[in-house]
Ligand binder design. Structure first.
Ligand SMILES: Nc1nc2c(ncn2[C@@H]2O[C@H](COP(=O)(O)OP(=O)(O)OP(=O)(O)O)[C@@H](O)[C@H]2O)c(=O)[nH]1
Ligand SMILES: *[C@@H]1O[C@H](CO)[C@@H](O)[C@H](O)[C@H]1NC(C)=O
Ligand SMILES: *[C@@H]1O[C@H](CO)[C@@H](O)[C@H](O)[C@H]1NC(C)=O
Ligand SMILES: [Mg+2]
Length: 389
């Protein structure tokens, strides 16, 4: 091969490579040079008859402008009387953005349910902007009244300090944190009474930095409304006993005071191995919840919350909203009103629920591993749930 020939080959190689790079990175370039568009030039652009319109139509198949897209048939109506509720701090912004982004991609772009963001301090403008840019769904940002958040005056601070120190010594996570306790008490008894949340019946709790692994091709709110469900979960596990040493005995005392609140065919068999003498520590992991707030607003639950609150265990111990919600659901509801959503792939570090049925996993185009689902991990309570079905 002589030198000129070699140069010609190199130049040709560069041109072809450039063409491919431009095709991959510039859609207008690729449209202008695609085979179909080149051949249409050879035909002299004659627009006679209905000449193979479909083959040469370069209009985008979908108008992806968010307003047009969302106003189209993809938005479902009627929707439920429902909202997402996000409690977080300004510093959680990156994690909130990730959670909302995934919720929109996997579910809410078709439904556009509104969001309520709650915080114990004012939301920063930058946080609102970073969230609002993600969707055209309505977003409201609220501040929690101090009285619904901080440790009440009537809590004996000396006793609370002793309780915190004990949990720190025992190495319990968040054992020394007052703000974590405020958060648990707020989620147990106040979020559903916040003015921005009050106007809705259904909520889906959304925490920062969680993952939705599957397309959610149905509306869980409408499903629950139709089937008269009240509380839904995806992950269930054992609670740290050290955080709730007296929660069970207080709950049983309350149940004796108010037998009228205890449902027939309840889920006692899920939370106790011995008909109620002791608690097996099973609870629904409340960072994911879809539920009917009219249940939390009911006389039964409000009486239960007030009773527990007076005992001070949110501060003297470290009662979580997860066992409190779970025990109320297990005792005050018939068990069929509690729903396990296998089809919702969900992850909150370090655990993931992945749909167990292969067909469900495929339909949802799930990004999780079915083998690594938490469901039948030794620390999961799913088998306790199964046994009462
Ligand atoms: N505004 C506000 N939000 C909080 C506070 N503490 C927790 N949160 C939010 O409440 C939710 C639950 O708190 P986490 O700290 O995640 O509690 P957790 O899930 O038990 O613990 P992790 O395993 O660390 O995730 C999260 O969305 C937090 O952003 C707080 O002091 N103020
Ligand atoms: C879509 O709806 C929004 C608000 O509901 C409205 O402002 C906008 O003009 C609508 N867009 C179209 C293309 O109909
Ligand atoms: C939505 O639910 C709340 C709480 O049950 C209720 O007060 C409100 O009237 C409902 N709104 C609509 C439009 O039905
Ligand atoms: Mg968390």
């Amino acid at each position: 091969m002589n030198l000129t020939m070699r140069y010609i080959l190199i130049v040709l190689g560069v041109i072809i490579t450039l063409h491919y790079i431009l095709t991959l990175t510039h859609s207008s370039y690729s449209e202008a040079t695609s085979l179909s568009s080149l051949t249409s030039h050879f035909r002299g652009g004659s627009s006679s008859a209905d000449e193979d319109k479909s083959a040469y139509d370069t209009r985008p198949l979908l108008n992806l402008d968010p307003d047009v897209y969302n106003n189209g048939t993809l938005v479902h109506d009627p929707r439920a009387n429902a909202t997402f509720v996000v409690l977080a701090r300004n510093t959680d912004v990156d994690g909130m953005v990730r959670s909302v982004r995934e919720m929109e991609d996997r579910f809410n772009r078709h439904w556009r349910y509104p969001y309520v963001f709650l915080n114990d301090v004012e939301w920063e403008e930058e946080v609102k902007e970073r969230l609002r840019v993600l969707t055209t769904a309505k977003m409201e940002f609220g501040v929690i009244p101090k009285s619904d958040w901080v440790q009440p005056d009537w809590i004996d601070e000396e006793k609370a300090t002793t309780g915190r120190n004990k949990l720190v010594e025992e190495g319990v996570i968040y054992g020394g944190s007052v703000s974590y306790r405020n958060m648990c008490r707020f989620n147990s008894g106040f979020f559903f009474r916040h003015p921005l949340v009050q106007k809705y019946r259904w909520y889906w709790r959304l925490d920062s930095d969680v993952h939705f692994h599957c397309d959610i091709n149905f509306d869980p709110f409408l499903y629950m409304e139709e089937k008269e469900k009240v509380y839904a979960f995806t992950i269930t596990m054992y609670e740290f006993e050290k955080t709730i040493p007296t929660l069970w005995e207080e709950t049983m005392k309350f149940a004796k005071l108010h037998p009228e609140y205890i449902a027939e065919d309840n889920a006692m068999g899920f939370v106790s191995e011995n008909g109620g003498s002791t608690y097996n520590l099973c609870h629904f992991w409340s960072n994911f919840e879809i539920a009917d707030m009219d249940f939390w607003r009911s006389e039964a639950y409000m009486d239960y919350f007030d009773y527990l609150d007076k005992k001070g265990g949110f501060y003297y111990e470290r009662w979580g909203d997860a066992p409190v919600h779970s025990l109320a659901a297990a005792l005050f509801l018939p068990k069929w009103k509690i729903q396990f959503f296998d089809e919702i792939g969900y992850e909150h570090n370090p655990y993931t629920h992945c749909p167990q049925k292969e067909e469900t996993w495929r339909k949802g185009r799930c990004s999780c591993s079915r083998q690594r689902s938490f469901d039948y991990d030794g620390y999961s309570c799913m088998s306790k749930w199964d046994r009462i079905q």
